[in-house]
Write a protein that binds this ligand. Structure first.
Ligand code: E4P
Length: 214
């Protein structure tokens, strides 16, 4: 499973890139707004830090406007992936961008039919949201079940669209992404850092450190 970092914060990307496990980056309008910078400037900077897929989300609502906006971002770097909302207009734009061989990430996916429609529109990636779905359903495995069903359906029907587990809130979601057969998990910086931690690893380190002093 590939690991993307779900942030627009340059410092976080810089630090995580030194860990040697980050394959790509996803951003969204909320993450860009948090940085208080222009999307184009943030994306340009990220391309200099990570050599892998970098998702930049369109803000337009009509397919043709989305396509024009997408061309602007795609021109910045070959690694740019255009993030499109799951709407009829978004999928129309997806189909057009796919015909131009521009990579796409269809976001805000909450059901298996949505994932299959995005795949049929030629999406390179589809992003089911684990955290937001669990919140809505008040469960801790609705997102997991969704990703698992998308994985099985894509395998069964031969879709090559890759699944990005998104809206990851904690390490359990990372575990669920792995178990559900996700191709990618896009993980916020804090959760990525938390994924390194286990109480027994810490205790084991202490025990070995004490032993090595003897
Ligand atoms: C990533 O592609 C998504 O935009 C992001 O994971 C959404 O996360 P949130 O539900 O925590 O906003």
């Amino acid at each position: 499973m590939k690991i993307f970092i779900d942030t627009a914060n340059v410092k976080e990307i810089e630090e995580a890139s030194t860990w040697g496990i980050v394959d790509g980056v996803t951003t969204n309008p909320s993450l860009i707004a948090k940085e208080g910078k222009k999307l184009i400037d943030v994306i340009k900077k990220i391309t200099s830090l990570i050599d892998g897929p970098i998702s930049a989300e369109v803000s337009e609502g009509k397919a043709n406007d989305m396509v024009n906006e997408a061309f602007k971002y795609a021109r910045l770097h070959q690694n740019i992936v255009i993030k499109l909302p799951f709407t009829i207009e978004g999928l129309k734009a997806c189909k057009i961008l796919t015909s131009f061989k521009i990579k796409t990430n269809v976001t805000l996916v909450f059901s298996l039919p949505q994932a299959v429609l995005a795949a049929k529109a030629g999406a390179t990636y589809v992003s089911p949201f684990l955290g937001r779905l669990d919140d809505l359903e008040k469960t801790d495995d609705s997102g997991y079940k969704l990703v698992k069903s998308i994985h099985e359906a894509f395998k069964e029907y031969g879709f090559t669209t890759q699944i990005i587990s998104a809206s990851i809130r904690h390490v359990k979601h990372v575990e669920q992404s792995i178990l559900a057969g996700s191709d990618v998990a896009t993980i916020p910086f804090k959760v990525l850092k938390d994924s390194y931690y286990h109480l027994l690893t810490e205790k084991g380190l202490q025990i070995f450190a004490e032993a090595s002093k003897k």
